[in-house]
Write a protein that binds this ligand. Structure first.
Ligand code: ZN
Length: 734
């Protein structure tokens, strides 16, 4: 960027980015210093400072720049303190303010930037729990997942078996297979991105097989139909893979070159194929390798073709393959192809490192390690950030870690909806400036899925419950609310004030299979682990066996009706007595500085082990219980679930004079079918909860009284807009 310098005045800017307006000579002055956005640096990493000056070029006098520490606990070293763009390193952790000062003679202008320096995360990251066969016993989740299996996925399959479906169908795979077999083929029918919808739906079918139907005839029938569909689809999909491993039906049928057009979403689609293949491999108990082998052939093809010279430099217009390659690398660990993992990780990093010469829309405006603010298309962004978090986790690279934590801080503290949604839509399907959080949000369902993927990786990196708090918030509100209760319709956007009914399909059906594959991966969101610790991130009634914990298989049963009630019982059945730590998340709601909850939630109400009260150590948001566990050991805890009033930061214009209601992870809405949604709720009006078994599949409602004396009835956000009318989160309170 070209910087224009001019007369600078004895005017010290109070905050970054404010222009200095003074005009002693009658000459327009546009001198401004911008020290950049606030950020986090993970030590021993550096932060990349890019000071910017804009001014009137009619006054081209000599000018000097100087970076300095204004405040902070340690020393700050600048690689070149006199350059606008430089690196700063910090001797110790803490909050720093850095100042950039431009000087000409006695005239100065300056601006500051806040930097939080933090220590590295634990040396080893936690491991994900790949979704194993499991039971869902929680009434809340049983209904939601059953409707996805019985209604939603079969609906998506019907669409994808319809040759008239313009957004793609299995027919395109058949035609690509015809071409590869040297036979006549029909034209490509789907749109240019069509393959991935089918992969997401197919992955959802695999994940749906992991759920024990517990004798439910509708689930049993739906699962059987899905197995038939997979038996039909898999050979057709495999027939469309080119001999070198490349797979994209449109490219094969239309004889398009590979890796030439970054808008073709080749990586995004390839990544979803790999994720489908891994889910299928898991579903088969590791016995059916057809798709996994195809995914390996595909990844090998990408590795052979893309990379540092003499290979081709490339990045995708839509991130997604990066997280899939890292997942594939992890999936192969300990197996015969484990030696491929390093190539897949290197390619994932190369694809991220190849970004940097484009624009904000697809996060190519800067090298990823110098991106500190969430910008551009929200789904692309959060998939990219999840990939960066993966690379940071696998390599420990401090520049990656610093960028990831900076992006996370900006996202959560400046651009985050109370529903856990992201993407205000101020830019094209993307983020606006800080605090631009209109209630007429875009908040695509896929960006909610990506938010979950991102927080999950950060929880594994930092062993910190705050990321699971956010994951829960997005899961219960943003993603669960994207389908209706019967799971017949979905929504692409999730505004916090809406009258739009959900619909069965969309001309860009990216969300349709993404919603179900995200919601049906519950065990992965509930637990993470290390060899000797089990992290309980979500409280969902369920039963599953963890293959190895403290050296032995452990059956873990959660019995709870959370989020309706706070009582949770965990029963542990290790195959042989085993010593490991149980880390129970203590839910907190204050991770995002945008929102203040009243009353605060006071941690756990109680915790017992085999009936004996325990006062646990709380470490990074987890209550720690470490002991030798024996079959039948029981841990009981009680989570407080008061109704909370939520106020948003004064910086957010859209929520001024409004309050939101929340109970546990559930954000509430008021709906026009129940009341006048423009009514005012007095700040001190009492609020009570009531179980309504016959309303909205059974919900805990919040009741109160508006200022005009009329009753208030609030329902959970996920159940919104199932009865028509208008639904909104933020209620007038003055
Ligand atoms: Zn989508």
């Amino acid at each position: 960027m070209k910087h224009l310098f001019a007369t600078l005045l004895p005017f010290v800017l109070a905050a970054a980015g404010l222009p200095a307006h003074a005009d002693p000579d009658g000459i327009p002055i546009a001198a401004a210093v911008d020290a950049g956005c606030e950020r986090t640096v993970v030590l021993p990493g550096a932060t990349y400072l890019t000071g910017q000056l804009t001014a009137d070029e009619r006054l081209p006098h000599p000018l000097t720049l100087l970076w300095s520490k204004q405040s902070g606990p340690g020393d700050v070293t600048f690689s070149n303190p006199a350059a606008a763009a430089t690196e700063a390193r910090f001797s110790t952790t803490g909050e720093y303010i850095l100042r950039l000062t431009a000087t000409r003679g006695n005239a100065q202008a300056s601006a500051t930037v806040a930097v939080t320096a933090v220590a590295q995360p634990p040396a080893t990251h936690l491991d994900p729990l790949w979704t194993p066969p499991y039971q869902i016993t929680s009434p809340f989740w049983h209904k939601r997942t059953k409707n996805l299996i019985v209604n939603w996925i079969p609906h998506c399959v019907r669409k994808l078996c319809d040759p008239q479906n313009r957004e793609g169908s299995i027919g395109d795979f058949v035609q690509a297979g015809q071409i590869l077999a040297g036979k006549p083929a029909a034209a490509h029918e789907g749109n240019e991105f069509c393959d991935w919808f089918l992969y997401n739906v197919a992955e959802s079918m695999c994940l749906a097989q992991m759920i024990d139907p517990q004798g439910d005839p509708q689930i049993i029938a739906a699962q059987a139909a899905m197995r038939q569909t997979l038996d039909d689809w898999i050979p057709k999909i495999l027939s469309a893979q080119e001999p070198d491993g490349y797979l994209l039906t449109r490219a094969t049928i239309k004889h398009l070159p590979h890796w030439r057009d970054v808008r073709a979403h080749e990586g995004y689609q390839a990544g979803y194929f790999m994720e489908f293949a891994m889910a299928h491999h898991l579903m088969s108990g590791g016995r059916d390798r057809r798709l996994l082998d195809a995914a390996i052939r595909m990844a090998d093809c990408w590795v052979r073709n893309l990379g540092p010279a003499p290979k081709q430099a490339w990045h995708d217009g839509h991130q997604g393959i990066e997280i899939a390659l890292v997942q594939l690398a992890r999936h192969l660990e300990g197996g015969p192809e484990a030696n491929k993992s390093k190539d897949y990780l290197a390619l994932a990093r190369f694809l991220l490192d190849s970004r940097g010469n484009g624009d904000e829309y697809d996060q190519t405006h800067l090298p990823v390690t110098r991106q500190y603010t969430a910008v551009g298309h929200a789904v692309r962004a959060v998939y990219g950030y999840a990939g960066m978090a993966d690379i940071a986790m696998e390599t420990g690279d401090a520049a990656y870690r610093s960028a990831v934590q900076s992006l996370w801080g900006n996202l959560i503290n400046r651009k985050y909806y109370i529903t856990g949604s992201i993407g205000s839509g101020d830019t094209n399907e993307g983020f606006g400036r800080d605090y631009a959080l209109s209630n007429n949000a875009y908040a695509e369902s896929c960006s909610g899925c990506g938010e979950i993927f991102f927080q999950h990786r950060l929880q594994m990196t930092w062993h910190d419950a705050r990321y699971a708090d956010l994951l829960e918030q997005t899961l219960y509100n943003a993603v669960l609310g994207s389908v209706d209760l019967e799971a017949n319709n979905f929504t692409y956007t999730n505004p916090l004030d809406s009258s739009e009914p959900r619909y069965p399909w969309h001309n860009c059906p990216c969300c349709v299979g993404n919603i179900s594959r995200t919601l049906l991966r519950l065990p992965t969101w509930i637990y993470t682990r290390s060899p000797d610790a089990l992290y309980v991130n979500l409280y969902i009634g369920s039963r599953l066996t963890i293959d190895k914990l403290g050296g032995t298989p452990v059956e873990v049963t959660q019995t709870t009706d959370y989020p309706w009630h706070g009582k949770v019982t965990l029963t542990l059945n290790p195959a042989t007595p085993a010593t490991f730590a149980l880390k129970l998340r203590v839910p907190q709601r204050h991770t995002s500085s945008l929102y203040t909850h009243t009353p605060e939630v006071p941690g756990l109400t109680s915790l017992t082990v085999n009936g004996q009260p325990v006062t646990p150590l709380i470490d990074h948001g987890y209550a720690l219980v470490s002991r030798e566990w024996h079959a039948g050991d029981r841990v009981e805890l009680d989570l407080p679930l008061p109704v909370q009033r939520v106020k948003a930061s004064d910086m957010i214009a859209a929520t001024s004079g409004r309050v939101a209601l929340r109970r546990g992870p559930l954000v509430y809405n008021i709906e026009s079918v129940d009341q006048d949604v423009e009514a005012v709720l007095a700040p001190d009006a009492p609020l009570t909860t009531h179980w309504q078994p016959n309303m909205l599949d059974g919900v805990m409602v919040i009741k109160g009284t508006f200022q005009d004396g009329k009753p208030l009835l609030a329902i959970p956000n996920y159940a919104r807009l199932n009865r028509g009318g208008r639904s909104l989160v933020w209620i007038k309170d003055r």
